[in-house]
Design a binder for this molecule. Structure first.
Ligand code: SF4
Length: 418
């Protein structure tokens, strides 16, 4: 069997778990460009041209292993199952509820059967399936939460992944212990809306669990050296969480906080649950407690109705904030989203021009942040993937280090002078 993953860290953690499930059934793992009996493509709905990419991958499989089974799963498979099933060569389409039943589906299916679509109404999805990556990369991406109850007007993720639900604290601790036993030093906590951890369970069981209780429990796990919080909404990143991370020896000084726009009018139109003032407060608190902390920001350019003046507001706001890098997305239309009703549409060339301006700003922010740490000694965890003759690793505060490959440094924390 061979896997290909498109999209986010959550998808990587799920692919890794699916792969271990199949390995337990006797399947042997192959690289995607090697011959295999089963190919699984884990798709994303955020990726531009998801359909084109999927078709391209299926054609590649047909050329190299025409007799193999082709399974498509993930967010795009949930959103557009029929479109995917119509791609010549696709055998099984597994939606959000069915992907973790892959073993059963493979047992019931033979090559030559008509293409089968297994996808439920996303509103009915209530189960949580924990997953984490192991061995694929040096750091482990651990899914602790899935789905989202927010309704940001540009986003299809709630339609692809369903309502917010989480693992239990005991479940998360068990998975971290398993990762530690396998030699993992850094766990990256991931979720669709990570800061929402435990909230829906409170409503169901009355148990007081939330993201803050989770991180306090995680601090107690023996043997783990580092945790990273992958991305957290500004309104859910409470002052107590920031204080806790500042005093923790295991949670890394690194936050990734989606902003999306620096204009309050656009934020309201996106149905985001905060204003720019709250965002600025969070950044100020982080930097006051941890001046060395890395802060990453997601921003969207060319959201419908975004004027030149509002875009400038975003640029000025980000320029004045002590953040370290930006992930810039160009707005693109998505079926069934509220944003489609908002006018006027921003021309694509303008969206892209704005994207370029923010990417330049990101480059300057990153240069400045790195220069601030020049000469300091910080711990770097080196990763096992080789990039030609080079290896990469990250400092505690997410500065990427690239150096000639040394096998003895893989998965080691090395003191490094920046
Ligand atoms: S918080 Fe908004 S952008 Fe993030 S997954 Fe939920 S709906 Fe989408």
């Amino acid at each position: 069997m061979a896997f290909h993953t498109l999209g986010c860290k959550l998808n990587y953690s799920e692919t890794s778990t699916l792969s271990r499930m199949l390995e337990k059934e006797g399947f042997e793992k192959r690289e995607f460009d090697e011959p295999a009996d089963v190919y699984v493509i884990n798709t994303c709905s955020v990726t531009e041209n998801a359909d084109k990419e999927c078709r391209h991958l299926v054609r590649r499989i047909q050329r190299q292993s025409p007799e193999s089974l082709v399974v498509i799963t993930g967010c795009y498979a949930q959103l557009k199952p029929r479109e995917i099933a119509s791609i010549p060569g696709v055998d099984l389409v597994l939606g959000a509820a069915e992907k973790f039943n892959i073993v059963q589906h493979l047992k019931e299916w033979s090559k030559g059967d008509p293409t089968k679509i297994c996808s439920c109404d996303i509103g009915e999805l209530s189960s949580f399936h924990a997953s984490f990556s192991l061995n694929d990369r040096t750091r482990t991406f651990l899914k602790v939460q899935d789905g989202c109850d927010y309704n940001c007007s540009f986003c299809t993720i709630p339609m692809a992944r369903g309502k917010s639900r989480s693992d239990t604290i005991a479940g998360v601790l068990r998975n971290v212990e398993e990762a530690v036993a396998a030699g993992v030093k850094e766990v990256v906590l991931t979720g669709v809306n990570l800061g929402d951890f435990g909230r829906s369970e409170v409503a169901l069981t009355g148990d007081e669990t939330n993201f803050f209780t989770l991180i306090r429990e995680l601090e107690q796990v023996e043997g783990i050296q580092r945790y990273r919080i992958s991305s957290i909404e500004p309104n859910l990143l409470s002052p107590e969480i920031i204080e806790w991370v500042a005093g923790s020896s295991k949670f890394m000084p690194h936050f990734h906080i989606p902003l999306q726009s620096g204009s309050n009018r656009i934020l309201a139109s996106m149905r985001r649950r905060y204003k720019r003032e709250l965002y600025a407060e969070r950044v100020q608190q982080i930097k006051a407690l941890m001046p060395h902390c890395a802060i990453g920001v997601d921003v969207i350019t060319g959201f419908p109705g975004e004027t030149g003046v509002e875009f400038r507001e975003t640029v000025d706001f980000l320029q004045g904030l002590e953040v370290s890098y930006l992930h810039v997305f160009t707005y693109s239309e998505r079926d069934h989203t509220k944003a489609l009703e908002i006018k006027p549409v921003v021309p694509i060339a303008t969206r892209q021009e704005r994207n370029k301006i923010l990417r330049n700003l990101s480059y300057m922010k990153m240069q400045y942040f790195t220069a601030q740490h020049q000469g300091q000694v910080r711990k770097v965890l080196f990763e096992k993937q080789a990039h030609d003759t080079l290896m990469e690793g990250y400092t505690d505060n997410y500065i990427k280090i690239t150096t000639p490959y040394r096998a003895e440094w893989v998965n080691q924390l090395v003191d490094w002078t920046i």
